[in-house]
Design a protein around this ligand. Sequence first.
Ligand SMILES: [Zn+2]
Ligand SMILES: [Zn+2]
Length: 124
Amino acid sequence: MNPNENQVCTICEKPITNPLCIHCLEKEVKEWVSDFNPELMDKIEEITELMPENMSDVRCIKCKRAMSICAHCYIKEILREIQLNNPEVIGDFIRTFDFDLVFSLVKLQERIRELITKKDKLVV
Ligand SMILES: [Zn+2]
Ligand SMILES: [Zn+2]
């Protein structure tokens, strides 16, 4: 049995690398669509409810809830809905919810913090 089996997304079966759960994402996305199409907020709730909730060993970095769907698969579903209703904002949506970018920034900050800690040790 693959030891990582419990850390993959139920939909794409890839390891969950950006651990932000669909409930935390839902909050962000709903806030974002409320500016231009509040009716989409209900639709987004429906999408979240349809997502399978098989608990994995991966926990959301924000709320610590067990995750089963990766951010990419969830956002892809939302993207489809926005494309149907408000195709004019698709570019903005992708820019706002570019998780690879957000996560590489978080990793960069960690690396800088690591380097600073090392430097402190050298000085002492
Ligand atoms: Zn996935
Ligand atoms: Zn969460």
